[in-house]
Write a protein that binds this ligand. Structure first.
Ligand code: LFR
Length: 485
């Protein structure tokens, strides 16, 4: 009794999925009903998202969701990776394919922006770490284009899909914070930054917050998916990391989290941003989370390093590779997994070998050795982020929660516990979809603040605990080796 079904659309950098969450006051149960590839496409002008294929995948997924729950869907929520957007013309038509954040068009753009608003002032105003792909820099790169001259609207990726589903436009706040155009203290646009950089905030439709209504599925969408209307669309933490953090199965406040997938996002949940110069130098970001929280975290290259190697090696079996990597001696060589040098696609095994060579460490020779180097490097970067965040925010922790795709990688979880010298509790693999569903259920009447939603997860979801082995001496030594180069 009292069980309702919600569809979570969760788009990641390499695949999209639609999950149905069945929620009641004392249960949450997630089923994947559709998964489809997200294949970025390289055309002469650069790297683009195939947004129509993604939208097609969303429609297929909603059809499957309807079939799964007898056509009775209480609501739909959408989350995706951050920063990227589509431009619409005066008729509301999409102008071109959204540009991929790994596209090269933003190379050297930040320096030009800083000539107008120095990096320190940008950080003090927005709290957003420097990354070349922040929407702010993408806009600076796009501004002179013919396409931009015709743009009347800018919709972030989840907001664009919500627009196609409902006909209604909005800018969801957690994702808006990643544009580097939002003030984390007021949780509203940073009007001053936008004005100084000549960015027209009128391109963005009004802000909406997680839990706000975002329209209902258009009749045509109902017809295409076989769903019985009306089906409301609810704004969720539309930045996938915001949804994933909402689904961290934490009790209390003394915890760090690591959302692992293509990226590792490692840090703390705070009630106020940390905007100090020290924090900027350490490249910590203050993205906005649910219910007035701040996601104080660092971006680490994440399993992207391994995904790109696996692609280069012709897709060998991952299980075998990880078993072999577990037998390679630990910490022979490490690379800086926070280094922007690893952002672009291509030649990843070679780039990792070059980084090892340049820092005077043994060069991994086999896929297993390279895999071990990547996992050791990620665990080391997790350690640094968890330590730095505690110091910079003056917020000590006793436990690290790990959620997302990386929870499937037991070696990575164990190495992270070893490196941090703290217990690691691995939660949901599909954390973003889970957080997405919970926010919809709450908007639909499920009582509870963030702590109560998490309490429901702690009571109902399987958790795996990893206890640190040995002391952290070898990790400190490896870090010293990296810093010394
Ligand atoms: C993770 C993520 C990160 C963001 C990166 C690029 O999927 O959303 O939080 O920094 O993708 O958008």
């Amino acid at each position: 009794a009292g069980v309702k079904s919600y569809a979570a659309v969760d788009l990641g950098a390499s695949s999209g999925r639609v999950m149905v969450g069945r929620v009641s006051p004392d249960s949450v149960e997630l089923s994947e009903v559709h998964r489809f590839p997200n294949r970025p496409v390289r055309v002469p002008e650069g790297l683009r998202w195939d947004i129509l294929a993604l939208y097609g995948g969303v429609l297929d997924g909603l059809r499957a969701a309807g079939a799964h729950c007898g056509g009775r869907l209480a609501s739909v929520g959408i989350d995706s990776w951050a920063v990227d957007y589509g431009l619409l013309d005066a008729d509301g038509a999409l102008l071109g394919n959204p540009v991929h954040y790994r596209d090269a068009r933003t190379e050297g753009v930040a320096e030009k922006v800083w000539a107008t608003v120095p990096a320190a002032e940008l950080y003090a105003a927005t709290g957003i770490q420097h990354a070349p792909f922040n929407t702010l820099y993408q806009l600076a790169a796009a501004r002179a284009s013919e396409q931009f001259a015709h743009a009347r609207r800018l919709l972030l990726v989840p907001d664009l899909l919500a627009y196609w589903l409902t006909g209604e436009q909005g800018t969801e706040l957690t994702n808006a914070s990643t544009t580097q155009l939002v003030d984390p203290r007021t949780r509203d646009w940073s009007y001053e930054v936008a004005e100084r950089l000549g960015i027209d905030l009128g391109l963005f439709p009004p802000l909406r917050r997680p839990g706000d209504p975002a329209g209902t599925l258009r009749p045509q969408v109902l017809a295409e998916t076989g769903l019985a209307g009306p089906v409301p669309v609810t704004a969720v933490g539309s930045h996938d990391t915001a949804s994933a953090v909402a689904a961290v199965p934490a009790a209390g406040e003394r915890f760090a989290y690591i959302c692992t997938g293509t990226w590792s996002l490692a840090g703390l949940e705070l009630s106020a941003p940390v905007l100090t110069e020290e924090s900027r130098a350490a490249n910590f970001t203050n993205e906005l989370g649910l219910d007035g929280t701040v996601r104080y975290l660092r971006n680490i290259m994440g399993l992207w390093l391994l995904q790109e190697c696996v692609r280069a090696w012709g897709e060998p079996d991952l299980g075998t590779l990880l078993r072999e990597a577990a037998t390679v001696p630990a910490l022979r060589s490490v690379v800086d997994a926070g280094d922007e040098a690893f952002l672009a696609p291509g030649r990843m095994p070679e780039r990792i070998a070059e980084a090892c060579r340049a820092s005077g460490q043994p060069v991994p020779g086999t896929p297993a050795e390279t895999t071990r180097c990547i996992l050791d490097s990620l665990a080391l970067a997790h350690r640094r982020a968890v330590l730095d965040a505690q110091r910079l925010a003056d917020h000590p922790v006793d436990v690290v929660y790990l959620v997302g795709g990386g929870t499937r990688n037991a070696l990575l979880c164990q190495l992270t516990a070893d490196a941090c010298g703290l217990p690691v509790v691995a939660g949901a693999t599909e954390a973003a979809a889970l957080g997405n569903v919970l926010v919809q259920a709450r908007a639909d009447g499920l009582a509870g603040d963030l702590a109560a939603l998490r309490g429901l997860l702690v009571r109902t979801q399987p958790l795996t605990r990893y206890t640190p082995r040995g002391d952290t001496g070898p990790w400190r030594a490896a870090q010293a080796r990296l810093a010394a180069r």
